[in-house]
Design a binder for this molecule. Structure first.
Ligand SMILES: Nc1ncnc2c1ncn2[C@@H]1O[C@H](COP(=O)(O)OP(=O)(O)OP(=O)(O)O)[C@@H](O)[C@H]1O
Ligand SMILES: [Mg+2]
Length: 283
């Protein structure tokens, strides 16, 4: 079970003097339970790719398939497949329409016929995943801070219980503890079998959390693969706008002095191992 974009080409304003090739031959795949990051400098095509994944944009060539269904735009299959993919937009505030946070979060499930206590449970659960306090549910979304609005946008997508969650720069507007909280939530959703496709500039999160990373550069693929491979590539050939975390630069410096070590340390993996060890001791 996976979402797959294959050899996508997309041109804005095609056929005019303002034509921009935003994506050229881009492929990406995420299986359920995986965390895949899309990184790149501003204008590299990340948001355009994100919008292909939930079938909002139709590629000029190439295709998107969701759980093996390659759906024609506008078809019944496309509508069904699209329900499996949630997209948190880069500027989610522009999508708000409801007068309360509760209505905003309830929109998708109530459209699908969920009502009464089941709808309340759906809203409360999504709000809690997104780190929103119950008190925020009765607020007007536009009265909230930037960070809270972002949480509302995330909750509105989670309430639809997507199998594939695409987030376009979801940490913009969050403070450091907000970023940590959201990262932990996404990790947990992944462990529960959701795929997370994370568009970000933040190489530290991408390298430490992802199963695979795709790096875009002006609409074409710079490199893709497991974090170690991407870190190796970017250490040799920097891509504009992507800043390698200090830990990678430090490891790279040690390597140049002849110390053999990986560039990426998966801190979450270490924590998991420690937790496993602790629970074994208790048994
Ligand atoms: N609606 C549009 N009309 C015309 N050109 C567009 C449109 N949206 C994006 N583009 C262009 O397509 C290219 C890719 O844009 P996109 O928004 O996908 O990049 P991005 O990687 O998400 O950038 P950012 O990091 O700034 O969000 C850019 O050259 C951009 O100027
Ligand atoms: Mg963008």
């Amino acid at each position: 079970m996976s979402i797959e974009a294959v050899d996508i080409k997309y041109v804005y304003n095609a056929g005019t003097s303002a034509a921009v090739t935003a994506l050229d031959g881009i492929s990406i795949e995420a299986g359920r339970g995986e965390w895949v990051s899309i990184v790149g400098h501003t204008g590299s095509g990340k948001s355009t790719l994100a919008q292909h994944l939930n079938l909002l944009l139709t590629p000029f060539s190439g295709f998107v398939s969701i759980d093996g269904v390659r759906a024609a735009p506008g078809s019944r299959e496309a509508r069904a497949a699209r329900r499996k993919v949630g997209l948190v937009f880069q500027y989610p505030e522009s999508q708000f329409f409801a007068e309360t946070v509760r209505e905003e979060i309830a929109f998708a499930p109530s459209n699908w016929g969920v009502a009464g206590d089941a709808l309340d449970a759906c809203v409360t659960e999504a709000a809690s995943w997104a780190g929103l306090s119950p008190a925020a549910l009765d607020a007007n979304p536009f009265s909230l801070s930037g960070g809270e609005r972002r949480r509302v946008a995330i909750a509105s997508v989670l309430s639809a219980r997507p199998d594939y969650l695409v987030l376009d720069e979801p940490t913009a507007g969050l403070d450091a503890s907000g970023v940590r909280g959201l990262t932990a939530t996404l990790r947990e959703l992944c462990s529960n079998g959701m795929a997370v496709i994370h568009v970000t500039h933040d190489m530290e999160t991408a390298l430490s959390m992802s199963d695979r990373i795709t790096v875009l550069e002006r609409g074409v693929l710079a490199v893709s693969g497991i974090p170690e491979r991407v870190a190796e590539y970017l250490s040799q050939r920097p891509v504009k706008g992507l800043v390698m975390p200090p830990s990678v630069r430090f490891a790279q410096g040690l390597r140049e002095k002849g110390v053999s070590l990986p560039l990426v340390s998966r801190v979450d993996g270490i924590i998991e191992v420690l937790e496993e060890a602790r629970s074994r001791r208790k048994r």
